[in-house]
Design a protein around this ligand. Sequence first.
Ligand code: LLP
Length: 418
Amino acid sequence: MAQTSFIHLKEGGLFAESVSLETIANQFGTPTYVYSKNTLTHTFESFKKGLIGTDHLICFAVKANSNIAILNLFAKLGAGFDIVSGGELERVIYAGGDPKKIVFSGVGKTSKEIEAGLKANILCFNIESRSELLRINHIAKKLKQKAPISIRVNPDVDAKTHPYISTGLKDNKFGVDFSHALPLYLEASNMDHIDIKGIDCHIGSQITELKPFVDALDRVLSLTNELKKHKIHLSHIDIGGGIGICYQNESPPDFEKYTKEILKKIKDLKIKIIFEPGRALVGNSGVLLSKVEYLKQNGVKNFAIIDAAMNDLMRPALYDAYHEIKVVHESDEKAQSFDVVGPVCESGDFIAKNRMLSIKENDLVCIMSAGAYGMSMSSNYNSRGRPSEIMVDNDKIYEIRAREKSSDLFKLEKKLPD
Ligand code: LLP
């Protein structure tokens, strides 16, 4: 079922809630990310709906969108956070997130990051290797603390998603091999500075079927039972993130179905359930607003050169990902097939290929479903300042990140002495 979005066509063009995207372009320029606060809130609340009455925690995966205003909004709605770096830890705390609701994932946590997590008193480290476990035990000892941990197991299930974003197969770098997990738990249970809290898995991203989640949970539950036999009692199961959204014509499971399936399996266990959704909470709450600079024809191809590029939204170039393009004001132009490209000097700099569009130069276009892994994966390639970010709340407009100026880009650089 498609998730509700308040970014929609009305008479007079495309709107984010009650604000016309043209107004935003006039006020803040382009390219600009635009988010709808009510879509974010509505999406979070509908995820939560199926969990009422269950001991649960929704840890928003910060990597999907790390803007402070968005983190702050989720914190106020009661969310926890899934982080993967010291930088994300600082962001979440700065944004008002509760450290006791933070889970720390990632295969390469540095000693400094582990120390920061321990000092902040986070909920849990999701351990991805034996070496990491040993390191965390050592650092916790130095700090005279007990480190709360889960082991992220690799359940070896096929999430049936793009190979770059599949993480739960044997040949992925993530998690602890399923057959190594029990011995590692036993080893952890004998460590003086480790406090075993739970078990964790995350099998991939943009998953559009329920079955891989259920299969992964079955494996996790079998291990949880095995652990009980060894007197290791867990207080939570973290099932990771990964629920897909509709970019084009996918039909990902709706939240209600997803949570129902999961809860069905754990209802008798009296155990807290943790989720780490990223994309599903923000993907369809944001768009990238851009302007058509030039139309040009090369031989048989029509190109629409827009002012947003691969550095602003990397997903098409990196994964061949599909993002719908909408024209802010439909015009009478004859629809033609276009490759929609940016100004960056790479043939891989495209946003969309072979799209039928009725556009002319200076038209505003909207790249849809750009709220997740859009701004958070942007770069300054070609010395392009990153876009501004705007949050709309009914008829109010807030600039939640200013457009980067060229001077921002080189302020950390220094000339050599003469
Ligand atoms: N938990 C862990 C441990 C993760 O690695 C991820 C995402 C998530 C949760 C959140 O997954 P989500 O609910 O957003 O699917 N850049 C790619 C996606 C990479 C996902 C990486 N891990 C993209 O643009 O499609």
